[in-house]
Design a protein around this ligand. Structure first.
Ligand SMILES: O=C(CO)[C@@H](O)[C@H](O)COP(=O)(O)O
Length: 239
């Protein structure tokens, strides 16, 4: 159990980390207006920091990040937490290895989401970060939208991932909505959001050039993903 002063310092650090990650969405051109949101978690404290809802990025600060517990109770903050908060919380409750979550409306990822298509692993850029095609969820039912849209969005992400290890597939596109990514930290989740948008763009253009193109074979997917993440038995050895 952390002393109060140590806990207070940890919350300050979490606020700063999440604020900087939200600002990075703009730096990387992943958001327009107030779209998108980033959160981060301090697992020892059991607290999440997230962007306040509807606040312009220029008006964000570490101080106005909203602090909640995993049940969604606001612990610190006067502003309403992001409208996507329940989705973020489902992911934190379901996957203990993730430390940050991002949601954007980045255009190429949204194109695949709106088309209801998984983003195929067509090249090694994709394979370096995502261990296979980036899945697209099913559409939420009218009942799921009407009852608790954001919570059900998180549940449909969990349903789609199934037994997939979340850090091997650190992103998804929610049908008719857009991308969610995650990672070991807010900064890592933003990195994955940038890569997801890039590979979504590459895949769309590749399919335009050659509609018959198919996903990478398993050997090349393994070589790139496993080597990049240090899991390849031959990691660092000459081929
Ligand atoms: O998915 C959506 C809207 O469809 C959100 O990303 C909003 O675009 C941002 O909401 P807040 O985080 O400001 O509540």
């Amino acid at each position: 159990m952390l002393a109060d002063s140590a806990a207070a310092q940890r919350i300050i650090e979490l606020r700063e980390q999440v604020y900087l990650a939200n600002m990075a969405l703009q730096t990387h051109n992943l958001v327009t207006f107030t779209w998108g949101n980033v959160s981060g978690i301090d697992r020892e404290l059991g607290l999440v920091a997230i962007k306040p809802s509807g606040v312009e990025y220029a008006k964000l600060s570490p101080a106005n990040m909203v602090i909640l517990n995993l049940a969604g109770k606001v612990i610190e903050g006067d502003l309403k937490p992001s409208s996507d908060t329940s989705t973020h919380l489902v992911l934190y409750r379901s996957y203990e290895d993730i430390g940050g979550v991002v949601h954007t409306h980045s255009p190429f990822a949204c194109a695949w989401a709106q088309a209801g298509l998984s983003i195929p692993a067509l090249g090694t850029t994709h394979a370096d970060y995502f261990y296979g095609d980036i899945p697209c969820t099913r559409a939420l039912t009218e009942a799921e939208v009407a009852t608790n849209y954001e919570l059900n969005t998180g549940l449909v992400i969990e349903e789609t991932l199934g037994s997939t290890e979340p850090l091997s597939m650190p992103g998804i596109v929610v049908k008719e909505h857009g991308p969610f990514t995650w990672g070991t930290s807010p900064d890592n989740a933003v990195h994955n959001a940038v890569v997801l948008e890039e590979v979504a763009k590459m895949a769309l253009h590749t399919k335009q050039l050659n509609p018959q193109v198919t996903s990478l074979n398993q050997a090349l997917l393994d070589k790139h993903y496993l080597r990049k993440h240090g899991k390849d038995a031959y990691y660092g050895q000459e081929d």
